[in-house]
Design a protein around this ligand. Structure first.
Ligand code: FO1
Length: 445
C-alpha cells in the first residue's frame, strides 16, 4: 500500500459507521491536487475500502468581504482542479450555498464511507465543519495539509512570539518537510457530471475590481519559478517596496493552490545565498504557521482582545490622546487622507489586491494613528484587507494586523502618543527612497 500521510496530520472529528458510498474529500482551504495530504489520505482510505473517490467543493455565495477578484481567482483554480482530477479518475462535485446547510444535505445523499476535510482555524470554517460532522453518520477526519508542521502538533497553546514558536517548529521540520507521495489513477470510477462553470461563475461573482494575476496551480508554479530565478537572491532587501523582491506567492498559498511544503523544498534546495533563503523560509514557515497558531488558540484573532496584555494596557492608557487627524471608514476606503503615501498604498491595494509587506505595516499603523480608537482601527484594517487583499480572510492577514496595531508577537518600544509602547512607524526614511516618490506619483497619475 502506498505510504500514508503522517498520522500526526490527522484529527478524528467524528467516529461513525462507514456508509456504502464513496470516500469524500471536502476540499476548502487546500484547493490543489498535488501535495495535498487530505486528498492523499482520502485516496489511501478509498483504495483500502475498494471505493470510488470524490472531491466535493461547496461554493459559499459570500465569504466575508470577498469580492469578484477573489471568486474569479478561486474559481479559476478550481477549474484546473476538476480537469486534473478527471484525468486521475477522481470525481469533482461542486455545490453552491452555505456549506453548513448545503453539505449536510448533499453529502448525506452520497452515503459516504468517510469524509475527509482540510484544517482551517477560522471561525467560519469551524462552523461549517461542526455542521457537517453533526450531520454525518460516517467517520469525519480533518487533515492539516496547509502547514508543514501540523498546527496542533507544533504547539498546544497560543504562542507569545516567533522566538518561542520557532524552536518548536524547527525541531519537527525534518520529520514533516518531506515531499508528498503522488496520487495514483483511481481504479474505482464514479460518474459525475462536469461542472457548468459559466453558470457557476456568473452566479457566484459579486461586484468588485477585476483580477490582475493568473489563478491556479500551474500559474502558482510559474510564479515560484520566476521568484527563484529573480527575487530570491535579493530577498534580503524585501523591505524596499520598489525592489520587487517578494515572492508574490501569498494569494496562491492562501487559496491552497500551491503547498507551502513544495515551495519550502524548492527554495531550500535552490542554489542561492543562504541569507535570503533563510529569511524567506522564516516568513514561509515560522511566521505563516505562527498565524495559524494564533487563530487556532485565540478566538479573538481579529479584534483587540487578541493582543497581548501589555499592549491592551498601553493602548488604553493612550486612548484619550489627541489624534492629529481622524478619518471615518469612507475616507479610509476612498484613500482620501492627508497622507499621499498612505493614499498610494490604499489605491495599490484596491487596484491590484496586493500590498508589499512593508507598506502593509505602514498602512495598518497609520490607521491606528488616525482612528478614533484602537478597536475602530483594527475593524477598519480587517475590513479593508479582507475586502481588497487577494490573500485576505487569512490567518496571516489577521496576525499581521494585530502585529501592526496591537503589538502581537512583538515587544514594547518607546512610548509615543496614541501608540503608547506599540512600535511606531514614521515613514520619513521610507519616503526618501527614490522608488517611493515614483510609487506615489504613479498612483496619482
Ligand atoms: N472556502 C470554501 O470552502 N468555499 C467557498 O466558497 C470559499 C470562498 C472563499 C472566498 C474568498 C476567500 O479568501 C476564501 C474562500 N474560502 C472558501 C475559504 C478558503 O478556502 C480558506 O479556507 C480560508 O479563507 C483561509 O483559512
Amino acid at each position: 500500500m502506498k505510504p500514508t500521510v503522517d498520522p500526526r496530520r490527522l484529527t478524528v472529528l467524528k467516529t461513525g459507521a462507514p456508509g456504502g458510498g464513496p470516500v469524500i474529500y471536502w476540499m476548502s482551504r487546500d484547493q490543489r491536487v498535488s501535495d495535498n495530504g487530505a486528498l492523499l489520505h482520502a485516496q489511501n482510505e478509498a483504495l483500502k475500502k475498494g471505493r470510488p473517490l470524490a472531491v466535493v467543493f461547496c461554493l459559499a455565495p459570500h465569504f466575508g468581504e470577498a469580492s469578484r477578484r477573489h471568486y474569479d481567482f478561486m474559481l479559476g483554480g478550481l477549474r484546473e482542479v476538476e480537469e486534473k482530477l478527471r484525468r486521475l479518475g477522481i470525481a469533482f462535485l461542486l455545490f453552491t450555498g452555505d456549506p453548513a446547510v448545503t453539505l449536510p444535505r448533499e453529502l448525506t445523499k452520497l452515503d459516504p464511507a468517510l469524509v475527509v476535510c482540510d484544517f482551517d482555524p477560522l471561525r467560519e470554517k469551524i462552523r461549517w465543519c461542526a455542521a457537517v460532522s453533526a450531520a454525518m453518520q460516517c467517520p469525519v477526519v480533518e487533515v492539516d495539509t496547509h502547514n508543514i508542521v501540523p498546527a496542533r502538533i507544533a504547539s498546544g497553546k497560543k504562542e507569545y512570539a516567533a522566538a518561542t514558536f520557532r524552536p518548536k517548529v524547527n525541531r519537527l521540520l525534518a520529520e514533516f518537510l518531506l515531499p508528498f507521495p503522488k496520487l495514483v489513477r483511481h481504479p474505482h470510477p464514479l460518474a459525475a457530471p462536469p461542472v457548468d462553470w459559466d453558470t457557476v461563475t456568473h452566479k457566484a461573482t459579486p461586484a468588485g475590481p477585476a483580477l490582475t494575476i493568473a489563478p491556479g496551480e500551474k500559474a502558482a508554479w510559474k510564479q515560484l519559478e520566476r521568484f527563484l530565478r529573480g527575487g530570491l537572491a535579493r530577498y534580503g532587501d524585501r523591505n524596499d517596496p520598489t525592489a520587487d523582491a517578494t515572492s508574490r506567492l501569498s494569494p496562491y498559498l492562501h487559496f491552497g493552490q500551491i503547498s507551502a511544503q513544495a515551495v519550502a523544498l524548492m527554495v531550500r534546495d535552490y542554489p542561492a545565498p543562504t541569507a535570503p533563503v533563510e529569511a524567506f523560509l522564516e516568513q514561509l514557515i515560522v511566521r505563516r504557521e505562527l498565524s495559524d497558531n494564533l487563530c487556532l488558540y485565540e478566538p479573538h484573532y481579529d479584534s483587540l482582545d487578541g493582543i497581548p496584555g501589555w499592549a491592551q494596557k498601553t493602548l488604553n492608557d493612550h486612548r484619550a490622546d489627541r489624534r492629529l487627524y481622524h478619518y471615518n471608514s469612507d475616507a479610509w476606503e476612498a484613500a482620501a487622507t492627508h497622507d499621499d503615501l498612505w493614499n498610494a498604498a490604499q489605491r495599490e491595494l484596491i487596484a491590484t489586491g496586493a500590498l508589499h509587506g512593508y507598506l502593509r505595516m505602514y498602512w495598518a499603523k497609520k490607521i491606528l494613528e488616525w482612528s478614533a480608537s484602537p478597536e475602530e482601527a483594527i475593524a477598519t484594517a480587517v475590513r479593508l484587507n479582507d475586502r481588497y487583499a487577494l490573500d485576505g480572510r487569512d490567518p496571516n492577514g489577521y496576525a499581521g494586523i494585530l502585529w501592526s496595531i496591537g503589538g502581537l508577537h512583538d515587544r514594547p518600544w518607546f512610548t509615543r502618543p496614541v501608540f503608547g509602547a506599540v512600535r511606531f512607524m514614521g515613514g520619513a526614511a521610507f519616503r526618501r527612497k527614490l522608488g517611493m516618490r515614483e510609487f506615489i506619483k504613479k498612483s496619482t497619475s
